[in-house]
Write a protein that binds this ligand. Structure first.
Ligand code: MSP
Length: 502
């Protein structure tokens, strides 16, 4: 396998927010892709971080009677610690208040200004305090924006409109840029209206918690213009050209559908202004919903990942989030669905197969893996499915169909459980021990292959399965499990969740 480069990003989360399942979802998704690409031998850079400037942060700090930086420093560990608990394997964690980022933002502002793509003008318009941006009349009428007031002030503007035609053409020529397809169409629809210029400054008289504009010290940078730049600061833009050239453009930038415009319009045109290539893909996933509403702090309906981890373990949480949501569509979170999927996929299918093979090899072979002698057509059918699985999963993940990839793995597990039922090695063991051994080898080897593939999703439990099978470090070729290996004894890895009948 040739060593490809894979650079994946998550949005940088607002430091003020208490992390919930929505934030955890994007980050786990990026982690699964990063781990999978590492598994393939690719060179991976996985970036996540925090968005720390802007009015909301300033106000929250004021409320607590703290300096904004101290407030951010105090809150940042909530995200960092959660990522550790969730086994997130990021390579860098960027905070927009770090000097490495501030310097890059200022250098970019200066160069875009020098180039003539930033200008000053007086502007009177509707401003949403909650969203921290000027909005159009139409947006105001939509009722989706809170705390709207009219503001008249001098500001700096980025000539986004200049790049409108180029962006339309680029999107049309690069269908993989905005995915899924319906989001691409949404953005092309948006671009049918004339694109305005982007107000990228805030007067310090109104907001001081931001990156100072280098050519006018009375202003700070609009939080989105600052935040988006994190994606190039971290891989070394302006500081380490070699590193930057290696990583940029990003392979995939994962976002929720709520921040589609900022990424597909603001970010892309900013990159045009900087003469930088656009990312290969911006992938917008749907929302986790509670009932009909988006899970969000302002609605007070959030599910806290730590509570779920405490109850069911990290791997079960990661598995559920990845298997349940069809990438691109919204998904309802309910504790009932969580338990249902856990019990069916992990306790009944995956966990049960492990318990069965290790129990039977324990009982009839003193826990030593038997050889597979003279495989029958039924055995070879499982071998065929097992050998095909890696390629199938890889193809689906390359299409960002994580749920479908997991389902393929589970299909093999289900096929092996059926094969066990039909072959009944517990019966064979009484009359024909080598045949019982053959069946158990095939089933255990298929389980090992599934565990190798599930390692990206469930790093702890899948690794534990491989440990039990004495097969750590093995890959996707059939036969990684060696006859003669002594299996470890273990308690069930996925005990059923018993729901008390009301
Ligand atoms: N700070 C900006 C992003 C700047 S990126 C340069 C921001 N932050 S946020 O904290 O609000 O996080 C937004 C991201 O969190 C979403 O794009 C999405 O990836 C994730 N989610 C937050 N709530 C979500 C759901 N209810 N469901 C799924 N993901 C959502 O916007």
């Amino acid at each position: 396998m040739s060593k490809n480069k894979f650079y994946v990003t998550t949005p940088i989360y607002y430091v003020n927010d208490a992390p919930h399942i929505g934030h955890a979802y994007t980050t786990i998704l990026a982690d699964v892709l990063a781990r999978f690409h590492r598994e393939l031998g690719d060179d991976v850079f996985f970036l996540t971080g925090l968005d720390e400037h802007g009015q909301k942060v300033e106000q929250a700090a004021q409320k607590r009677g703290m300096a904004p930086q101290a407030h951010c420093d105090d809150l940042a560990p909530r995200f960092r610690d959660l990522w550790t608990r969730l086994e997130i394997s990021h390579d860098d964690f960027i905070r927009t208040t770090e000097s490495r980022h501030v310097k890059v933002v200022q250098a970019i502002l200066q160069s875009v200004y020098d180039k003539g793509d930033i200008y000053q003008k007086e502007y009177e318009g509707l401003y949403s305090v909650a969203e921290e941006r000027f909005i159009t009349e139409k947006e105001a009428e939509s009722g989706q924006f809170r705390e709207v007031k009219t503001i008249k002030e001098k500001n700096y503007f980025f000539k986004m409109s200049k790049y409108q035609e180029r962006l339309i053409k680029y999107i049309e020529d690069h269908p993989q840029l905005i995915r899924p397809e319906h989001r691409k169409n949404e953005m092309l629809g948006f671009l049918r209206q004339p694109l305005g210029d982007l107000c990228i400054s805030r007067p310090k008289s109104r907001l001081s918690w931001g990156i100072e504009i280098p050519f006018d010290r009375d202003y700070v940078t609009y939080v989105w213009f600052d935040a988006l730049i994190n994606y190039i600061t971290a891989p070394g833009y302006g500081t380490d050209e070699q590193k930057f050239k290696h990583w940029w453009p990003a392979s995939v930038q994962l976002i929720g559908k709520d921040i589609l415009t900022t990424h597909c319009i603001y970010w892309t045109t900013m990159l045009f202004a900087l003469d930088l290539p656009l990312p290969e893909t911006i992938f917008a996933h749907g929302w986790w919903l509670i009932g009909d509403s988006k899970m969000s702090k302002s609605l007070g309906n959030v599910i806290k990942p730590l509570d779920l981890i405490e109850q069911h373990g990290v791997d079960a949480v990661r598995y559920y989030l990845m298997a349940e949501m069809v990438l691109g569509a919204d998904c309802n979170f309910t504790p009932e669905n969580f338990i249902k999927r856990y019990n069916s996929d992990l306790a009944n299918d995956f966990g049960n197969l492990l318990n069965r093979v290790s129990g039977l090899i324990g009982k009839y072979f003193e826990s030593v893996v038997p050889p597979c002698v003279e495989p029958t057509p039924a055995d070879l059918e499982i071998v065929r499915q097992g050998e095909a699985l890696g390629v199938k999963v890889q193809a689906l993940l390359q299409e960002y169909k994580v749920d479908a990839a997991i389902n393929e793995i589970m299909n093999l597990i289900r096929a092996v459980n059926k094969y066990m039922e039909v072959q009944a090695p517990w019966k064979l063991a009484k009359t024909d021990l080598p045949s019982a051994g053959r069946v158990l080898y095939v089933a255990t080897e298929a389980l090992r292959l599934s565990a190798v593939l599930l390692r990206a999703v469930m790093p702890q439990k899948a690794e534990r399965v491989l440990e039990i099978l004495g097969a750590q470090g093995t890959g996707l070729a059939w036969g990684g499990l060696k006859a003669g290996t002594k299996l470890e004894t273990h308690p069930p890895l996925f005990p059923r969740i018993e729901v008390e009948k009301q």
